[in-house]
Design a protein around this ligand. Sequence first.
Ligand code: TXA
Ligand code: MG
Length: 323
Amino acid sequence: MEPAATIRLRATDDGVAQAADLLRAGELVAFPTETVYGLGADARNDIAVARVFEAKARPQFNPLIVHVPDLAAARALAEFPDAALLLAQAFWPGPLTLVLPLRADAGLSPLVTAGLGTVAVRLPEHPLAQALLRAFGGPVAAPSANPSGRISATRPDHVLAGLGGRIAAVLDGGACPVGVESTIVGFAGGAHLLRPGGLPTEALEACLGYPLAPTPTTPDAPSAPGQLASHYAPRAQVRLNVTAPRAGELFLGFGKTAAPADLNLSPAGDLVEAAANLFYHLHRMDDRAGPNGTIAVAPVPDTGLGRAINDRLRRAAAPRPAP
Ligand code: TXA
Ligand code: MG
């Protein structure tokens, strides 16, 4: 059977209403958030959530983030320790995901949490994400809208290139302003970082008034795909901390570079601009380099959003598992 074409919905009231109807019908809809495009499904519908794993070819053991429009909806899903409430009040809506104890009456499909006793909750700021969540009126499970292990999507064209024909629709909101996924914080044994992301850890620690605890390595911690060594991977090879690219390599610069760059994450050396460009530039360079090419990347400072950028780059450069 021919796969049905994925429709591109416009950023209008009508487009949002159609997207919400598709979610209600158990279909998959990609939508923009301020970080990256999410692949949305009704988080209470087992079949819809199962379709997310199938469309992404994602390992079933990886739990999904649940998206809600406001704090009241988040509190219906999870318990909030004091530190979590403090962070939620300071940074939501925004690029922050909190991993919290799941409420018994949350009503989520167990596939969303992969059977864990915790749930990852996020309240996105993007106006189209907000509009869709309100029009739908329920929790939306959404991983990043890319095939598992590949470069995340920050534009609707990336979504269609990776998942076209496998999902019902993409709500077209143009480019995502932040460009790297949300920062994930857990609370078991003190507030700790599970994934660096669009909200710098410096901002979290300033709000809490104390440093984040070390990330625990408990036996029941999920193998978060963002924690796998190889992730966010282009088809091309990736080489990091390069100041002088080799002949034939494509060079992805940051700031002023000694060698001419094919593309530059931020010629001015601005980490916010670099984060917004990261996946977009990786997609463009991968298209040019092809599977046998190499993308050489200039060093990026490891402060602020630089930590999220370097985390993604390290995983993009990690040895790939055999297919
Ligand atoms: O910015 C973002 O967070 C984007 C947008 C779409 O919201 N979403 C995103 O989802 O990056 P995904 O599935 O690509 O990454 C979610 C991460 C994974 O590493 C997953 O394992 C982790 O969150 N996660 C989800 N539930 C968890 C839980 N209960 N405990 C620990 N980690 C969890
Ligand atoms: Mg992802």
